[in-house]
Design a protein around this ligand. Structure first.
Ligand SMILES: Nc1nc2c(c(=O)[nH]1)N[C@@H](CNc1ccc(C(=O)N[C@@H](CCC(=O)N[C@@H](CCC(=O)N[C@@H](CCC(=O)O)C(=O)O)C(=O)O)C(=O)O)cc1)CN2
Ligand code: MET
Ligand SMILES: [Zn+2]
Length: 736
């Protein structure tokens, strides 16, 4: 058999010090021109290719870089820029962010990750046209450096199925654009192209599978084209495997981490005797070092199931931080078990070398996770922890004690994270301000935010979350069993990044985490101030989690810590407590058969956290994503009194889902999209509220933005909130 080779399917784009974030944001602010931005981007790409090729990978990918998002790049590549952006100075960034006159494209989660992509808009009359400048330029740039690369493209079926509306009738036209692209890339010297088809990890209809066959039969039959690698990731490929095996594509990429069943599936079709298998054995989604023994025996089994074997990552390394070497503050016992992107590349190379006869690399040291016997005993004892009255009765009690108007106005929690606030935190880290001085600055910020909300006339206030670097990291820093990184940034959307904490042991709460901030804020106003917490599912979804115990067990530990926090907030006089679960939808399994058990433990964890409060305490939750319909039942099962949800970018589609499900609880459909600096007018907010009030009872309807305001600036935030309060007053008067 031919020697085993190695590759990866993608790499972080943001740079070791988030250079891309800074360059792009400086460009938006007018401080960096387009040419300089391209130069910085080219420098980052060069660095990546040199690093990957020096690490010893057999093939290095290109076109995995993006200034904002690779789906947006694909929209440009196939000429699917919607009419309203034509003729603008910078259609690319305007599609992503919108501007005063133009609404941006909808943004949503990339499968079950915390990465967000822009949703292609494909009206039926769409005519695709090739713009191959980006993949070609990146290939040529690498080639000029002496590095031969494999351009990575989002495959045509995934592009269509991620679009709105989904119209398979557009497939043939789209495939012709890909055909033209492949022919041109071949002429430019490209030997192999990777086409990503992650949609194959989710359930697909017969029609969609037929479309897959048609697309790859056509591309496979092209007389002059590069070799084709069709990659799937984030799960098991299912019936699409036999279809792809029957086409002329030369290679198939499978994820053996999220999709262990892919091994059996391969065996069941008799392997890929005439194809290359790119085996995703190193986890691209988590930060634990690979178990080399396991990986080697898996690869040994796989090598009998294909003509050639390539060792790879389970998916793009976009989802893990760049380099563990940058971390100096981690506990050595935890650190010794970690691998970030750079280290994972080395693992891929080492596994490949071992399969070719080099000595096998050492595996990670054994784990000794923190075990907290008290937490385990308490969880065992808490069997049915919910003690509340049915929600309709609770709402009546809360209505009397809170005395809120119909269409009550509120916000989702965070107010703009000003440069001042971030500087203060940076100064605390650097030791140039003391913890007491830092606390004073945060209190001053909270006082300012409370006064502003009073003045604008909001009904339910928030403290603004200035003390939180991030809604997950903040809690991870205060909980035992979690570690945080200094430089472990991962792109979430566009220029926005997060440092997912690492949950490595049993979780417990040494002391209250939010009570002093919440009670300080409440002391400044007679209006109710919401306590603000991050829910158990989101605390897991946006962290790297231990893989030595089932996720539901870990969720219960986090939930217990939150339950204690909620108890303390209630005891301190906080009447409304919001437990954010923006990631509830994100973790929904891609295959429908796995959804019910997931939703059961996710809902149980939320209820464990929130089910211990008195009936007069109002529990809110918040979620931000579209495609709310799929989980509307589970949202009811959470048994929160009020749910505020994202709705603006998807034009309030969720109201229809709610009407048909008989929701019956408080609901705040977000009336404006906070991902864009655009200020919504009073008129458009009024229209949105009228529409909402026509499907939801006014006493159940809340008025709020789509999500927290931390990424916005003050001028647009104030203007938008004022318009929102005016719109709420108008519609209140109309229905009175
Ligand atoms: N974890 C997570 N996932 C999420 C969300 C979320 O809020 N959190 N929201 C949804 C949308 N995703 C988002 C992801 C990131 C951000 C975001 O604002 N990120 C910030 C960083 C937030 C942060 O960690 N801030 C730190 C560090 C800030 C920083 O960059 N400091 C400078 C120094 C700054 C100074 O001196 O002024 C530095 O370290 O170099 C802090 O405030 O302490 C950013 O990219 O700019 C927003 C939304 C879905 N997923
Ligand atoms: C991504 S959901 C954000 C919820 C959080 N309370 C905030 O307002 O920032
Ligand atoms: Zn949100």
């Amino acid at each position: 058999m031919s020697p085993v080779t190695s590759t990866i399917s993608g790499y972080p784009r943001i740079g070791p010090d988030r250079e891309l974030k800074r360059a792009v944001e400086d460009h938006w602010a007018g401080r960096v021109d387009a040419a300089r931005l391209q130069e910085i981007a080219a420098g980052l790409r060069e660095r990546t290719w040199r690093e990957l090729s020096a690490a010893g990978l057999t093939t290095v990918p290109s076109n995995t870089f993006s200034l904002y998002d690779h789906v947006l790049d694909t929209i440009v590549m196939v000429g699917a820029i919607p009419e309203r952006f034509a003729g603008l100075a910078e259609p690319y960034f305007t599609m992503a962010r919108g501007d005063e006159g133009v609404a941006p494209l909808e943004m949503t989660k990339w499968f079950d990750t915390n990465y967000h992509y822009l949703v292609p808009e494909l009206p039926p009359e769409t005519r695709f046209r090739l713009d191959w400048s980006k993949p070609l330029a990146e290939y040529a740039q690498a080639k000029a450096l002496g590095i031969e690369t494999r351009p990575v493209l989002l495959g045509p079926l995934s592009f269509l199925l991620l679009a709105k509306p989904v119209d398979l009738g557009l497939l043939d036209g789209l495939v012709e654009v890909y055909a033209e692209l492949l022919e041109r890339l071949a002429a430019a010297g490209v030997a192999e192209v990777q086409l990503d088809e992650p949609v194959l990890a989710a359930d697909r209809s017969e029609r969609e599978l037929a479309a897959l066959r048609r697309a790859y039969d056509r591309l496979g039959d092209l007389p002059s084209r590069p070799h084709l690698l069709v990659s799937t990731y984030f799960g098991e490929i299912g019936p699409a495997l036999a279809i792809l095996a029957g086409t002329r594509v030369e290679a198939i990429g499978l994820d053996f981490v999220a999709g262990p069943g892919n091994l059996e599936a391969l065996a069941a079709i008799g392997g890929l005797p005439d194809k290359t298998l790119v085996a995703g054995v190193v986890d691209g989604r988590n930060v634990w070092r690979a178990d080399q023994t396991k990986a080697l025996s898996l690869c040994a089994a796989l090598s009998g199931l294909a003509d050639r074997l390539v060792v790879g990552t389970s998916c793009s390394l976009l989802h893990v931080p760049l380099d563990l070497d940058a971390e100096t503050g981690l506990d050595p016992g935890v650190r010794a078990r970690l691998a970030f992107a750079k280290q994972k590349v080395a693992e891929v190379v080492a596994i490949g070398a071992a399969l070719n006869g080099s000595p096998a690399p050492a595996g990670p040291p054994p784990a000794h996770p923190i075990v907290n016997a008290r937490v385990r005993a308490r969880l065992d004892a808490l069997r049915d922890p919910a003690t509340r009255l049915p929600h309709a009765q609770r709402l009546a009690i809360q209505r009397r004690s809170l005395g809120l108007p119909p269409l009550a106005t509120t916000t989702i929690g965070s107010f703009p994270q000003t440069a001042d606030v971030r500087h203060a935190r940076a100064a605390l880290r650097a030791g140039t301000v003391t913890p007491a001085e830092y606390d004073d600055r945060m209190r001053a910020e909270i006082a300012r935010v409370i006064a502003l909300q009073e003045e604008i006339g909001l009904d339910v206030l928030v403290h603004g979350e200035p003390e939180r670097n991030d809604m997950v990291q903040y809690f991870a820093e205060l909980l035992d069993g979690y570690a945080v990184t200094e430089h472990g940034w991962v792109q979430s959307y566009g220029s926005r990044c997060v440092r997912p904490p690492i949950l490595h042991g049993d979780v417990s709460r040494p002391e209250p985490m939010t009570v002093t901030w919440a009670t300080y804020a409440q002391s400044l106003t007679r209006k109710p101030v919401k306590g603000m917490l991050t829910g158990p599912v989101t605390m897991l979804a946006w962290s790297f989690v231990r893989d030595d115990q089932p996720l539901p067990d870990t969720a219960r530990q986090v939930a217990l810590a939150l339950r204690d926090e909620i108890h303390d907030l209630e005891a301190a006089g906080i009447q409304i407590i919001q437990v954010d679960e923006p990631a509830l939808r994100e973790l929904l399994p891609l295959r429908s058969a796995d959804r019910e058990p997931y939703l059961a433990w996710a809902v149980a964890a939320f209820r464990l956290a929130t089910g211990g409060v008195a009936d007069r305490t109002q529990i809110h939750t918040h979620m931000c994503y579209s495609e709310f319909g799929e989980i509307v039942g589970a949202i009811g099962d959470l048994d929160a009194d009020v749910s505020t949800v994202e709705a603006a970018r998807s034009r309030m589609e969720l109201l229809d889902d709610l009407r048909t499900s008989g929701f019956g609880r408080g609901i705040g459909p977000g009336v404006w999209d906070i991902h864009s600096p655009r200020v919504p007018s009073t008129e458009e907010l009024t229209t949105a509220l009228r529409r909402a009030a026509s499907s939801v009872d006014a006493t159940l309807l809340w008025v709020n933005p789509d999500c927290g305001l931390k990424t916005r600036d003050y001028p647009e935030t104030e203007a938008s909130l004022r318009n929102m309060v005016t719109a709420a007053q108008r519609v209140r008067a109309e229905i009175a």
